[in-house]
Design a protein. Structure first.
Length: 341
């Protein structure tokens, strides 16, 4: 078959294929069961295969690349513009096939298994942290009903936990202790599991050169560096540091027309996890900048004179993202700009 381009609509069990030749004529339009996908593509000559970014896109991309095909992953929001009408697997596959041939289309870099495994560490850790917050809030709320209020801070919760675990303490009913002990056990288990994941993330960071280079940037620690290194396999996919920052949702949203530039709040489009880590890291650096003990303190303090602190931390995160892109592209450690003497 003279197929040059294929749009593959992924699913759990039933996949839709839409293939065209060099003139744009539809050559194949069919469904495939999961077990038939590799056999179908192994019988084809090398061609361009497009698919939407989803949970299994990176796995199938690696499989098809191993069969000699060129695979490109497209964000679903960019495919939407090429859907003609209605919603079906065949329509989606045709839209993917059209979108993958566009010269200015933006694609998602294919992640390796190692990078996906590193991101699983981050996602599992994030889930455990959310569960810890939920359990701590539940303990605070239940104990407050019994007249025991703990001050803010995770360490202060140990005061009420000690009451729950003390078998001789009779300040709260025994039935309440029976109800809250499983929550305490869950909290202990989550904290132990989080510490174990932190150790795995640190070990991965030590074995990854890109992550180590990113950690040389002020306000970027091991957690943020490893997350960026695992999420961005190829920084050359971004033409500039601003494009990388825009991908993270850290640039102002534009509503410009008629030669008038109107900039609003940050877009918050893109990778929410990395964006949050960068903003948190910038927030921790703010006090050092105020004391003039951090790189770029003059710039930060100049912004603080005109803007609120929270807006300044976002601006700092935006700048840090651009520096991170430069460090990844040049494959060099961070070098602070020399100040004039």
């Amino acid at each position: 078959m003279d197929i040059t381009t294929i749009g593959l609509d992924l699913a759990k069990n039933v996949f839709q294929v839409h293939g065209i030749n060099g003139r744009g004529d539809v050559i194949v339009r069919r469904r495939l069961r999961r077990a038939q996908v590799c056999a179908f593509f192994s019988a084809l000559p090398p061609c361009l295969v497009g698919m939407e970014a989803c949970g299994t896109a990176h796995f199938w991309s690696r499989e098809l690349v191993s069969l000699g095909h060129e695979v490109k992953i497209i964000p679903p929001s960019y495919v939407k513009a090429y859907v003609r009408r209605g919603k079906s697997d065949a329509v989606d596959a045709a839209a993917i096939c059209e979108a993958v041939t566009r010269p200015n289309m933006r694609f998602v870099p294919i992640k390796s298994e190692d990078q996906q495994a590193a991101l699983m560490l981050h996602k599992s850790r994030e889930l455990l942290m959310r569960q810890q917050t939920m359990v701590v809030n539940a303990l605070r709320g239940h104990m407050a009903e019994l007249g025991m209020v703990a001050p803010l801070g995770r360490g202060k919760v140990e005061d009420i936990i000690s009451v729950i675990e003390d078998g001789e303490d009779e300040s709260i009913p025994a039935l309440a202790k029976a109800a809250l002990k499983p929550l305490v056990a869950q909290l202990r288990g989550n904290e132990d599991a989080t510490a174990a994941l932190d150790g795995e993330i640190k070990a991965w960071h030590k074995g990854n050169a890109a992550s180590q280079r990113l950690a040389t940037i002020p306000s970027i620690g091991i957690l943020t560096a490893s997350a960026i290194a695992a999420t961005v396999p190829d920084p050359s996919y971004f033409r500039s540091g601003r494009e990388f920052s825009a991908w993270l949702g850290l640039v102002p949203r534009q509503n410009s027309t008629g030669g008038k530039d109107r900039l609003g709040r940050i877009s918050k489009q893109g990778n929410r996890y990395i964006r949050r880590l960068l903003v948190l890291g910038s927030t921790s650096m703010l006090r050092y900048a105020r004391a003039n003990t951090a790189p770029g303190s003059d710039w930060v303090n100049g912004l603080l004179e005109r803007r609120p602190a929270r807006l300044v931390t976002v601006a700092m995160a935006n700048k840090t993202a651009r520096i991170a892109w430069a460090v990844m592209v040049r494959e060099e450690n961070y070098r602070a700009r020399a100040t004039a003497s």
